[in-house]
Design a protein around this ligand. Structure first.
Ligand code: MOS
Length: 704
């Protein structure tokens, strides 16, 4: 049997994507479709005093105008991350209050998009406005609620005595800016009611089974009366897991006008209404003995949320997993601002958390005159210091050693400002990467057909990350068939529940279920190979052989902590005269358990590194102090890397399958790629210039 798992397999969905036949949410062709355009608030805090829709209603082609005065009825779902979840706990148009600039205050439905948009601008709104609160420094801070059942604070040992026992002490505050989600596919939805109580939703959703339940609860319907269709997503990164207000409003309005309705958000509308990564301010205090053993890690975090939901960027999730110390403390605080609701964005928490910790570790290494790789190796923790469990299949040290070797780290000059090339300062930096190993229950159906093909079906999603290919490669391996003979269908709630494409867990959820379903179909058919099954099918005249199987996490989490690991090494070139920084070399080494597809796994790491370079050098969104609206509003004003900004990114994987985690030993890959990237760059900037930058992004003004 040819070995498929671990080899480089071309994307199953590649042809559909490059030929434009991959259908995204807004592209589904639905007869009789009408169009909605959102009306949004242009104050950031206050009330709607009056809203006059009469002119808009009389405008050509307008079918209906919805505001808080005639808001269609929806029910509050259980909103618990298990049964159902919405991003913003305030239901759309529920009252006349305005909590942030750009908040949805109405929806115009018309026969064309242009007529809906035109009429939306004819809605006249008078407000009672209050001064918006948009600055964390002016906000009162509160303790965030527990996230996924865990409090965002923890303490072990004694910080004061730990500080006293250290001979080298270090403390600094690190900041990250508000970052906007900018997926290639904008947020869009088509809601199609077949009758008053059966709904089909075409929406980019990372979790079709959960979203199906959520819409069912929102409209008081049995789950099976709702269908969510998401065969493709054009990037999601955490902002397409649950319904946003525009989606809820679209579905509600479609029911009222009795026509299939499409709502597409503009990039500007997305800045307020589809999530962002909250700015953070993190105080890290470290103490160590002269040989570099940490005696204290203290991590204090501030982030912000909106008035209508609570999302605390969970920066302290990484604090107990990286380095061993007898005295460990972390705490988070949350400011409520007049800003749209923040949400998950690729490695939420791990990413800004490691920015602070991995910058601080570098600063401490300089202070101690210890190589930063050595300092990390010396302090590596073998157990999760909060859960008290050993890490399973941890190869962090290998990531550090292999990365250092591949990069040529031993040749690094020990002084800042000592490397130059072509009149520019050159700096080398490194940082660690990590992300939890997560998986959920997934169910997969396999069908063997007489034509010699195998179909694999599940509602799990491919966000562009490679799930189609990973599923096909796994089935090819299990059934002993070429990848070309495997057909994969994903992203439709009519298919068996494949779980959530988030938390980098889709691969680790799906692969064991695919293996199990493939084994099951051969067992049920009482054959050893798929070829035998195909022969039997043809001889018996049956149309298909089928099996459905599930795989779910079990008792292993009681014994082990599951976490993926990595290290980034990079080179920057800086022209101090004009403050220009270029990333010129990159090596990432990761341990993610079993690699399923060498090609898409490496692509995931590269994508993460690119996004991290964006965070490090470009991405920020400020609010206008007068109107409280983001001053950036599209893909031209919100800067992120283009190809010319990115060097060749060398990716390698080390370690062994994590067989404590699941039978395939796969932990998945995705978010880990971005973690540590911004710290590696800032550390390289220090090596190049002697200047420590603790405030992202590292824009030219900070380098001059
Ligand atoms: Mo990811 S931020 O869990 O989609």
């Amino acid at each position: 049997m040819s070995k498929v798992i671990g080899t480089a397999v071309n994307r199953k969905d590649g042809r559909a994507k490059v030929t434009g036949t991959a259908t995204y949410a807004a592209e589904h062709q639905i007869p009789n479709l009408v169009h909605g355009y959102l009306v949004t608030a242009n104050i950031a805090n206050g009330q709607i005093k009056s809203i006059d829709t009469s002119t808009a209603e009389k405008s050509v082609g307008v079918i209906a105008v919805f505001t808080h005065k005639n808001a269609p009825k929806v029910f509050m779902p259980s909103n618990d991350f298990v049964t159902s979840k919405i991003y913003e706990a305030r239901l759309p148009l529920s009252d006349n209050k305005v909590h942030y600039a750009g908040q949805i205050i109405g929806l115009v439905v018309a026969d064309t998009f242009e007529r809906a948009r035109d009429a939306a601008h004819l809605v006249k709104v008078e407000y009672t406005a209050q001064k918006p609160l948009i600055d964390v420094k002016q906000a009162s801070l509160k303790e965030p609620p527990p996230q996924f059942g865990e409090e965002l604070k923890f303490e072990k040992g004694n910080i004061t005595s730990g500080m006293a026992s250290g001979t080298t002490k270090f403390a600094a505050t690190y900041k990250t800016s508000t970052e906007l989600h900018a997926p290639m596919e904008p947020h869009a939805i088509i809601a199609h009611w077949q009758d008053a109580d059966s709904l089909t939703v075409y929406e980019p959703s990372q979790w079709v089974a959960g979203t199906q339940r959520t819409y069912a609860e929102l409209f008081g319907l049995p789950t099976e009366r709702v269908r969510i269709v998401t065969p493709f997503l054009g990037g999601a990164f955490g902002c397409k897991a649950f319904p946003w207000p525009h989606g809820i409003l679209c579905a509600a309005a479609a029911r009222q006008v009795k026509r299939p309705l499409r709502v597409v958000l503009s990039r500007r509308q997305m800045t307020a209404n589809s999530g962002h990564r909250s700015e953070t301010e993190q105080l890290i205090s470290l103490a160590a003995t002269a040989d570099g053993s940490l005696t204290v890690i203290d991590h204090q975090v501030k982030s912000s949320t909106s008035p209508v939901d609570t999302f605390a960027e969970p920066c302290t999730g990484i604090t107990p997993v990286m380095y061993t110390t007898p005295n460990l403390r972390m705490k988070q605080e949350l400011a409520v601002l007049n800003i749209g609701t923040p949400t998950f964005m690729r490695a939420p928490g791990e990413n800004p958390g490691l920015w602070a910790l991995e910058s601080a570790m570098d600063e401490l290494a300089w202070q101690l005159k210890i190589d930063p790789v050595e300092l990390r190796l010396k302090n590596e923790t073998k157990e999760h210091q909060r859960k008290g469990q050993p890490f399973s299949a941890k190869y962090f040290a290998d990531c550090l050693r292999v990365g250092a070797e591949q990069f040529g780290w031993k040749d690094r000059p020990k002084q800042p400002r000592s490397l130059t090339r072509d009149g520019k300062l050159i700096g080398w930096g490194m940082a660690a990467a990590t992300f939890p190993g997560l998986r959920g229950k997934a169910t997969v159906k396999v069908r063997l057909l007489p034509d010699g093909t195998a179909h694999i079906l599940t509602a799990g999603n491919d966000m562009g990350t490679g799930a189609y290919t990973v599923v096909a490669a796994t089935a090819a391996e299990e059934l002993g068939l070429p990848v070309e003979q495997i057909r994969v269908e994903l992203g439709d709630s009519l298919l068996p529940d494949g779980g959530l494409a988030g938390g980098s867990m889709m691969t680790a959820s799906l692969v064991p279920a695919v293996m199990s379903a493939c084994q099951q179909v051969l067992k049920t058919a009482k054959v050893k190979t798929a070829q035998e099954a195909f022969t039997n099918l043809r001889q018996s005249g049956r149309s298909a052989l089928e099996a459905t199987a599930s795989s779910a996490p079990g008792a292993e989490a009681k014994k082990w902590a599951f976490q993926s690991w990595g290290a980034h090494f990079c080179e920057v070139s800086i022209d101090e005269e004009i403050g220009r920084l270029r990333v010129t070399r990159w090596v990432s080494v990761m341990n993610i358990g079993q690699v399923i597809n060498a090609k898409t796994a490496a692509s995931q790491v590269r994508g993460g590194v690119i996004m991290g370079i964006g965070q490090a050098l470009m991405e920020e969104s400020h609010l206008d102090p007068n109107i409280g609206y983001p001053v950036v509003y599209d893909l031209a004003t919100y800067h992120f890397p283009a190809h010319a900004d990115i060097p060749r990114i060398q990716v390698a994987f080390v370690g062994q399958p994590d067989l404590n985690f699941n039978p395939a030993g796969v932990r998945g890959v995705g978010e880990i790629g971005i973690t540590g990237v911004s710290a590696a760059i800032a550390n390289a900037v220090y090596h190049a210039t002697g200047k420590r930058i603790r405030d992202l992004p590292i824009t030219p003004d900070k380098l001059l």
